[in-house]
Design a protein around this ligand. Structure first.
Ligand SMILES: [Zn+2]
Length: 148
């Protein structure tokens, strides 16, 4: 008999933290499941770059995932730094997926960014005006003598 209080994954007897896609999961498996899902979405969307926006299904899953992540963060559960970092990363990544959907927003108001390479070109365009960021170690040299 399966203990309803413990994680659905085989061989895992840790307590259930939340459910995702109707699977009851412990925190560890929730994180790995979320990453699995987000990575799969990322890969698929990169393959067909023409239709870059995620499907409605993907939005739904990312939305659920973000909500569950928030639930965990807001619960009284004790989290260590690694767990916090993972949850935040998942939350931001879900936000990216959800934000990349729907009508393209006018430029100038960047959505949640946390340094993933798809947005490098966008960021370059934005930072073009200010050029205050010293961290842009651009590998592609911008063939000088552009200014003067
Ligand atoms: Zn588990």
């Amino acid at each position: 008999m399966r203990d309803p209080e413990s994680c659905d994954r085989r061989g895992c007897s840790r307590p259930v933290t939340t459910t995702l896609c109707e699977e009851a999961l412990c925190l560890d498996h929730f994180c790995s499941r979320s990453y699995e899902m987000l990575n799969a979405m990322d890969r698929r969307n990169r393959l067909n770059a023409a239709s870059h926006s995620p499907t409605a299904d993907q939005i739904k899953i990312a939305d659920e995932c973000a909500r569950k992540t928030l639930d965990i963060c807001m619960s009284k559960m004790l989290l260590n730094n690694l767990e916090r970092a993972r949850l935040l990363d998942i939350l931001l990544w879900c936000g990216d997926v959800v934000n990349s959907w729907g009508p393209k927003k006018p430029a100038g108001r960047p959505a949640l960014q946390h340094g993933r390479n798809e947005q490098a070109s966008l960021r370059r365009r934005i930072s073009g005006g200010t050029s205050s960021s010293g961290t842009s170690s651009s590998g592609t040299s911008t063939s000088g003598t552009s200014g003067y």
